[in-house]
Write a protein that binds this ligand. Sequence first.
Ligand code: GDP
Ligand code: IMO
Ligand code: MG
Length: 431
Amino acid sequence: MTKVDVLLGLQWGDEGKGKIVDVLTPKYDVIARFQGGPNAGHTLEFNGMKHVLHIIPSGIFHQDKINVIGNGVIVEPCIFRQEIEQLKEKGAQPEKNLYISKKAHLILPSHRMLDAANEQAKGNRKIGSTLKGIGPTYTDKIARSGLRIGDILASDFRERYEILKNQHLQTAHTLNFDLTNFRLDGLTLDEYETRWMEALETLKNFKLINSEYFINHCLEEGKKVLAEGAQAAMLDVDFGTYPFVTSSNCIAAGVCSGLGIAPSKVGRIYGIAKAYCTRVGAGPFPTELFDETGKELCDKGHEYGSTTGRPRRCGWIDMPALRYACMLDGVTDLVITKPDVMNEFDEVKMCTAYEIDGEITDELPFEYNTLEIHPQFRTFPGWKQSIAGCKSFEELPQEMKDYLAVVEQQAGVHISAVSTSPDRKDVLFRD
Ligand code: GDP
Ligand code: IMO
Ligand code: MG
């Protein structure tokens, strides 16, 4: 019996999870997503090609590996169809190696409309959602009124669809949401609905399975499974900076309910963190930089949302938040990405504690969103050189190794690998 290894984001998303999954895939038989949906944007780069995945797991380009969209994921059929078409253009054959849980919930066009209606109703307290329908779809799942992938095969699907859509229209009405001028990806709700129904046919070409049996049988057979997280600990619905979070459990606990595996079947936990910090959308970000350095991180790190194209807010690494994430996730292997973005910096800073109301603490307070948090910084000399040629962890500049040693000591977790470029070939494993 093998165990499921898990790979998770430890900050506010976009840590480079997709790249690291792609790099680790050769060691596994199955790659499975367990939460989130098209709000995710996971970038892979290899052979001069760049590809962004939203719903489909990042092992998809490895033809001999099975990729699973687990029950905890939510799927928007039009976005799914578009992803499939783009993958095929690049030589992947997803019909052969992608399985989908029948229990994964469907994002309806009207869920996306409600996402926009909710954001509008929040006014200046809006979350900065990706507007992919994430909140409303998970709301319906918990309210027990959602539709699932397996339902598209039922004869009364259209009837159930209409009931749910009408509920959404009523809710939008109570939110004073004006549908007449509303467009989703340039389409009216009716036009979008027609495309959405067509896209269901694409879904039917895939193996729709009870993925909990599939994954557990794989483990019994000794196969190796990697669970790919989306979003990150600080966006987790329970432990993130609520309400500025997503609507799923992005921490390690989510893998059990999102795939149907028992906690005793969880193995290694890879936690991915950038060597600095970014956040896209609204919400607190204590180490955010509003100066030239912040701009430099954004420019050099190409910090623009993979899903929405919005510029990401940038700042120094936040160790109290990272330690919190490592605690919640039980990280066994820390992977640091994008230190190369700071290659030219004279100095690099790290927040090691917060000062709140004159007290120094390294705990994240309940009132994280409202209190004034003053990060306490430790400054390190920059390494001032390219790391492009480094072929092993040992070859990295001493200043960078000194910085990483403190990250490791502060996080309380061993750094197993460092990523040095967007490309698949550039990951330095330590052991
Ligand atoms: P994910 O959502 O966690 O998969 O991350 P994203 O794909 O949204 O964002 C990470 C971005 O950083 C992508 O553009 C990656 O190609 C890029 N990236 C990943 N690792 C590295 C790295 O080590 N160095 C640099 N410079 N870029 C990286
Ligand atoms: P990956 O998997 C970064 C953010 C949104 C918004 C909040 C809620 O690529 O790391 P939602 O659409 O879920 O209702 O948005 O969460 N967000 C992400 N930020 N990376 C992501 O995914 C994100 N998914 C959602 O910007 O602030
Ligand atoms: Mg991303």
